[in-house]
Write a protein that binds this ligand. Structure first.
Ligand SMILES: [Zn+2]
Ligand SMILES: [Zn+2]
Length: 310
């Protein structure tokens, strides 16, 4: 593959960018949720995503790629791989095909993606640095807006992932996963490791701000593990477990609106925060002060039991 081809392959297409931007904006308006920027996990505030350097009049062919073997950034990583790492098994396999052929480009692209994926994982673990997506956007997005494809490991805008997976060159035959965003989110390192059993339950959640908070909240995950040990193998209890974890997370999000000191559930499990919890439960369940009634009494009742278990 020529160096120019490598860069063109990685450059963003304006059409895709515009579509993805519209989808994200539409979703935010539809659900009435805050933008990811506002509910961005505290742990990812130090993580940036590389943007395109294009200007309105000029297209800039520059993109950082990371070498899989020496983990350093290169503008022309394919050239670097072929010159410095030709003894590696995967590079040798790619170079065994005719240079410039589809198979050679395909195998080299797989190695490039893997290099960027390792770099992006280490940025997420360190909670600091710059992630490199497959397609750079011309507008600012947060790190939580990107997820890796589980076939090729390239990072895409999460709302664009389903569209990519339909045409991903590394996709084997057969159906793709449901809840693709949640499934792919487990390819990135988690703040708190979970058992395989709980992971399967979390994978069935819709990937939204609440699910992202569930994954980063140790106390809620611990409650999930406990519930899984008790009833995890029984199918009918799985939805109940997911609901309990999501309810508690929503409680933390509402409490955070009322009290900025609240970040995790553990911040609420203290007598000093009793009134904050009470106010958050009332807000969540639509408590009417005139009639002294809850709009959703069942949630209010569940939110009495769950924090006590925690
Ligand atoms: Zn290298
Ligand atoms: Zn892919």
């Amino acid at each position: 593959m020529s160096e120019e081809e490598e860069d063109i392959d990685d450059e963003p297409t304006e059409v895709d960018d515009e579509v993805a931007k519209k989808v994200i904006t539409k979703k935010v308006v539809k659900t009435g949720m805050k933008t990811d920027e506002n509910v961005l996990e505290c742990s990812l505030k130090g993580v940036k995503v590389k943007m395109s350097s294009n200007t309105p009049h000029k297209r800039v062919y520059y993109k950082k790629n990371y070498c899989l073997y020496c983990e350093k950034p290169f503008g022309k990583v394919t050239r670097h791989l072929m010159r410095k790492h030709q003894d590696e098994v995967d590079i040798a396999k790619a170079l065994a095909h005719k240079q410039g052929s589809t198979m050679c480009s395909f195998l080299l692209s797989k190695i490039r993606n893997k290099g960027k994926y390792i770099h992006n994982c280490s940025v997420k673990s360190a909670r600091q640095g710059q992630m490199v997506p497959k397609r750079q956007t011309t507008y600012l997005l947060s790190a939580t807006d990107f997820l890796p494809c589980y076939f090729c490991l390239a990072m895409y805008i999460r709302t664009d992932l389903w569209r990519h997976q339909r045409r991903c060159k590394l996709r084997p035959d057969g159906p793709v996963k449901r809840k693709v965003q949640t499934y792919c989110s487990f390819l990135l390192p988690m703040d708190h490791p979970v058992s395989d059993g709980l992971k399967k339950i979390l994978e069935d959640m819709t990937y939204d701000a609440v699910t992202r908070r569930v994954k980063s909240n140790q106390l809620i995950l611990s409650l999930g593990e406990r519930m899984f040990l008790k009833n995890g193998e029984v199918g009918c209890h799985r939805a109940d477990m997911r609901n309990k974890m999501r309810e508690l997370t929503r409680l933390v999000l509402v409490a955070r609106d009322l009290d900025k000191d609240t970040v995790f559930l553990k911040d609420l499990i203290t007598p000093a925060k009793f009134n904050t919890v009470l106010a958050a439960v009332k807000k969540m369940t639509g408590f009417d002060h005139l009639t002294n009634r809850f709009a959703v009494p069942s949630t209010a009742l569940k939110l009495r039991h769950s924090p006590m278990k925690v």
